[in-house]
Design a protein around this ligand. Structure first.
Ligand code: THU
Length: 138
């Protein structure tokens, strides 16, 4: 299936507005495209005890899995301290590992965006080479 990069990035920007990040002030939005075309949005949600905080990417993935989706095509990520300084937000190691559980490392695309027109696309396999996943236990 084709990916509408602009639409997915716009959804990630929208999701970033929901971020709860009073400790880092680093606001992350993600939009996860399922293979059936549905899109799940997520944001980072921090916590006063720090470690229970959740990344935007995992929020989107967990929402989708709860709803019965396990086949994913791509995720767009938008991250930055303020709206004027959006970075190319590479997913953290824990999020890469969670992606590895559900996504094909050869085809799942990770879109790190500064704007709807400026973005980097990498496969999960490029960001997590020799990743450990369900097939290793099969
Ligand atoms: N964060 C994400 O949401 N995604 C990432 O891939 C990197 C980090 C969040 C976690 C925390 O709320 C804040 O950014 C600063 O680390």
């Amino acid at each position: 299936m084709d990916i509408n990069y602009k639409e997915l990035i716009a959804k990630a920007f929208e999701a970033r507005k929901h971020a709860y990040a009073p400790y880092s002030q680093f606001y992350v939005g993600a939009a996860l495209l399922c293979k059936d075309g549905s899109i799940y949005q997520g944001c980072n949600i921090e916590n006063a005890a720090f470690t229970p905080g959740n990344c935007g990417e995992r929020t989107a993935i967990f929402k989708a899995v709860y709803d019965g989706h396990k086949d994913f095509r791509a995720i767009a990520i938008v991250a930055g301290k303020d709206d004027e300084h959006i970075e190319f937000g590479g997913p953290c190691g824990v999020c890469r590992q969670v992606m590895m559980e559900f996504c094909n490392p050869k085809t799942f695309e990770i879109i790190m965006a500064k704007s709807e027109d400026e973005y980097i696309v990498k496969t999960l396999g490029e960001l997590l080479p020799f990743g450990f996943g369900p097939e290793n236990l099969a």
